[in-house]
Design a protein around this ligand. Sequence first.
Ligand code: ADP
Length: 138
Amino acid sequence: MERTLAILKPDCVQRNLIGKVIEKIESSGFKIVAMKMIRLSKESAKGFYEVHKERPFFNDLIEYMTSGFCVPMVLEKENAVEDFRKLIGATDPAKAEEGTIRKLYATSVQENIVHGSDSPENAVKEINHFFSRHELLG
Ligand code: ADP
């Protein structure tokens, strides 16, 4: 079993798509083992996206991620990291495959509904960014 971090981003929450996206996640075989609804501080968002701090879209990304509430969650499944990346689709929804969450719901490369860890190492770091041990099931 492997764990990955997902975030339902502020556009997902704002557009009342939490239920639809969770339905897709659960019906694709992922078990939700932790979940909360929070508003990220600027500091926390900057820390989370530290690897992108030199990118031209960094400031806009921080504005967007702190613009409203989001729903971080920990998902468990065999091969969770890779399988969740497949389920969400490419960063740019125009390039995402049919049936993926971003193809279905995302409106732009920035406002793309959902985050998924890109490696098992980053998944551990990202889970620790949002959750303490007593908040995780099992
Ligand atoms: P992913 O979320 O697919 O792993 P990245 O790690 O490359 O993508 O980027 C993190 C987030 O930054 C993206 O999900 C998206 O919200 C935003 N982003 C990435 N590239 C761009 C871009 N070219 N313009 C605006 N926002 C972007």
